[in-house]
Design a protein around this ligand. Sequence first.
Ligand SMILES: Cc1cc2nc3c(=O)[nH]c(=O)nc-3n(C[C@H](O)[C@H](O)[C@H](O)COP(=O)(O)O)c2cc1C
Length: 451
Amino acid sequence: MLESLYACTNFLEDAGELVRVQEKLSPRYEVAAALRYLERQSGKAVLLERVEGYEDVVVLGNLLSNRRRLALLLDVPEDNVVDAYLARTATPVAPKIIEGDLLAAGLRETKPDVFVMPVLTHHAADASPYLTSAVTIARDPETGARGMGIHRVQVKERDRLGIFLGSPPLSDFLAKAEARSQDLEVAIVVGMHPLTWLAAVAYAPEGVDKFGLAGALRGEPVELVRCATVDLEVPVEAEYVIEGRVRAGVREKEGPFGESNGVYLTYDNPVIQVQRISCRPHAIYHALVPFNHEENILIGLTWEAQNLRGLQQRFPFVRRMHLEEDDWTRAVIQVDREQATVPLLEFASQVLQELYFVKTLVLVDTDIDIYDSQEVSFALATRFQPDRDMVVLRDQPALALDPSTTATPEGFRTAKVAMDATVPPGERERYKKISIPADVARRVREKLATV
Ligand SMILES: Cc1cc2nc3c(=O)[nH]c(=O)nc-3n(C[C@H](O)[C@H](O)[C@H](O)COP(=O)(O)O)c2cc1C
């Protein structure tokens, strides 16, 4: 079993899925530039071994920026990732709290200075360094239930952070704490097992502990250890743990910060007072570069898993669905057109209204690989006519992240578009996609595997 992030990096390296970089790079822009470049180049995970100003730390990035690695970590073929996710998370495996303190788990206390880690500055106009892979954990002040998610964290001072708590459950926890004039205790973890990290941003129905989902994905209970100054537990393999409190009633400017959709966003956001930091010797700092494909894979897998079965129950001709790596507002749905029980554009309009953050929807046939954007582009280029195969919906609810939306008293509004890029009935031969014989392609792939 892969018990630590360190063990995972070795596992990925042995599988040919990790590259090491010896070039010395600065945490200010250079590491982010390297991770952006390498994601587009090889798509492998990257271990940056020399970071300017940090002797004893390595930076790990692009960890899940490819579905291949999700499949490897789940130990299933790439095609079965969504099915495996659904099958395993149906039965959560409760976490186990181990006896002993953070020190016993190998985490020693350092000074309460966030710059013990090489926090990256990513984009040109970012206000300051930001923690972007960090998972923030807190408790519901009323029920004591645990909640967590990735939330962008701005380093304002060595021991003062800004945090964007825009989504539940943590936004609700803070509202409840503030209604009682209480601070909200948080533990911020940087570096953990990749499947625990994935589960931390999964959609979790109310009352389901995401560490339980992580245990189900990993096939064994996640081990947790108690924090020293807050009433919270963190994964025993954490690389860094920041303990602190979100100050009740305090809001300050947070940003600008280059977001996952590629624009800078600034908010008035809560502030965290840091009270303790622990770290592992020879720690791995886990980097996540906003606007890289990795973010869309993190969001996309659980989104697909969350929506696919529901859609298939009502529309049995739906085969697969996918959020595109280049743009998480664009979804592709693969349908078996012959089996369709409703006109496809009618189906697409209904789906667009249900899938909240999807702005563009493309329908493709079963011969199109929905995970390959070149194939989706092929379908649009050769099977789609805008005056026949498109529907535009106006005045739909939208995410505030998109600057092209319209702000109204009821919230942000957007138009949406669906495109039917399936072959018209009875026309299959004329639209046939060219292909290299499958057995030859497979044989040559095997021969070239080591190139
Ligand atoms: C890469 C990434 C970055 C995120 N950043 C933020 C953020 O800055 N603020 C926020 O409120 N939610 C952010 N989220 C979303 C929350 O992590 C997400 O809503 C939460 O984990 C969903 O969990 P839930 O089902 O428990 O609501 C981010 C998600 C991802 C994948």
